[in-house]
Design a protein around this ligand. Structure first.
Ligand code: PMP
Ligand code: GLN
Length: 386
């Protein structure tokens, strides 16, 4: 967590966005859309502010949002959730992760994640005093080896953190992988924490463009904390309205931590996200289709520029191998990319433990949640690399 000079190291996303601002390069680093989401959601927030929804809401979240989350789980996934006791609203998925990990992990407990992993997992596990163990996902198909998974989960495992659809790879875990995780969690009495912030941004993959929450598998629900956020689904990453759904005793334990992290979250944004969750299915399908078209534009551009790419089934990001272009150090490549081509990307090494960076050395993550003309311009700039 510390920079070499002993100061606090900025996250890779902050560093790369600052690089883009400084150089004027196209920012395909940090994942945030450059267009607003559904107008109904934006309007609902304006209305809430005008109507005086501007003071502390309840610590567990406003009933209107908790009920919309419960409805959403039932409508999309057939999961019956008690809005009063099994839902907790948080400051983005980030706070849901933080409160969950800090509440459930004691010194020396093992926490399993797949690797590469979203950077917050490693920082939070370290902060909680946990021991981070990882299961590798390998370019280009990113499917975990089930024997490797079984060898990493054991009696000391407290949490298994799942992230499907996955950041940074865009992989969607198939049913066999999900079932193996549930089986191991049951056998070793571990809690499953599943980060599903990209649940509505699925294009293809093992379930044909659908999202299958691990909590829907037999035996999973009673030991699973499901985390999501309005940020990705409604293109409101700056609102920081997230949530978790879990059995009541787990919610109570997590709330004990959450109440001293942020206490409560963004009152007027909560009814607005509730409005979004109740929008017709077609709105969700159209957003995913629009994003899939953007994926295809950037993938075509990257291939034409000479990268080897792994086509993501979901999410905001595509992983490209710069080795074919003669760059075998992704971190060095990303630092030079603004000057070489006027584009910013994020090295996959940022999502991997420093001791295991060799395997992913030349890989770079590019965000495609940008307007088509931005992706086309980025593609023509990248074409000058070869
Ligand atoms: N988990 C994953 C996998 C993410 O990609 C992100 C953000 N991009 C988050 C959590 C954080 O979500 P939020 O902004 O809602 O805190
Ligand atoms: N989740 C987004 C990404 O992976 C943004 C992360 C952040 O800014 N912390 O790029």
């Amino acid at each position: 967590l510390l920079a070499p000079d002993g100061g606090i190291a900025a996250t890779i996303f902050a560093e790369m966005s600052a690089l883009a601002t400084r150089t004027g390069a196209i920012n395909l680093g940090q994942g945030f859309p450059d267009e607003d989401g559904p107008v109904e959601v934006l309007e609902a927030a304006r209305r809430a502010i005008a109507d005086g929804v501007n003071q502390y809401p309840p610590g567990t979240g406003m009933p209107v949002l908790r009920e919309a989350i419960a409805r959403h789980q039932r409508h999309w996934y057939g999961l019956t959730v008690d809005a009063a006791s099994e839902v907790l609203v948080t400051a983005g998925a980030t706070e849901a992760l933080a409160a969950t990990i800090l509440a459930l992990v004691d010194d020396g407990d093992e926490v399993v994640t797949f690797e590469p992993y979203y950077d917050a997992y490693a920082a939070l596990i370290a902060r909680a005093g946990g021991v981070h163990r990882t299961v590798p996902l390998r370019f280009p198909d990113w499917r975990p080896d089930l024997d490797e998974l079984a060898s990493v989960v054991g009696p000391r495992t407290r949490l298994i953190i799942v992230n499907t659809p996955h950041n940074p790879t865009g992989a969607v875990f198939d049913r066999e992988v999900l079932a193996a995780i549930v089986d191991l969690a049951e056998r070793h009495d571990a809690v499953i924490v599943t980060d599903e912030v990209y649940e509505h941004l699925v294009f293809d993959g093992p379930f044909g463009g659908k999202h299958v929450p691990i909590a829907t598998l037999p035996g999973a629900r009673e030991r699973t904390v499901t985390i999501s956020s309005g940020g990705k689904t409604f293109s409101t990453t700056g609102w920081k309205i997230g949530w978790l759904v879990a059995p009541a005793p787990l919610v109570t334990a997590i709330l004990a931590v959450k109440q001293y992290l942020t206490y409560v979250n963004g009152a007027p944004f909560q009814p607005a996200i509730a409005t979004g969750l109740d929008l017709p299915d077609q709105v969700f399908a159209d957003a995913a289709a629009a994003l899939a078209a953007k994926r295809d534009v950037l993938a075509t551009g990257l291939v034409a520029a000479g990268f080897e790419v792994s086509l993501p089934a979901a999410g905001y990001f595509i992983v490209a191998d710069a080795a074919a272009l003669g760059f075998d150090d992704g971190a060095a490549f990303c630092r030079r990319l603004p000057e070489l081509a006027g584009v910013v990307g994020v090295p996959i090494s940022a999502f991997v433990h420093p001791e295991r960076r060799a395997d992913t050395r030349s890989l770079v993550r590019f965000a495609f949640c940008k307007r088509l003309e931005v992706l086309q311009e980025a593609s023509s700039r990248l074409a000058t690399l070869g």
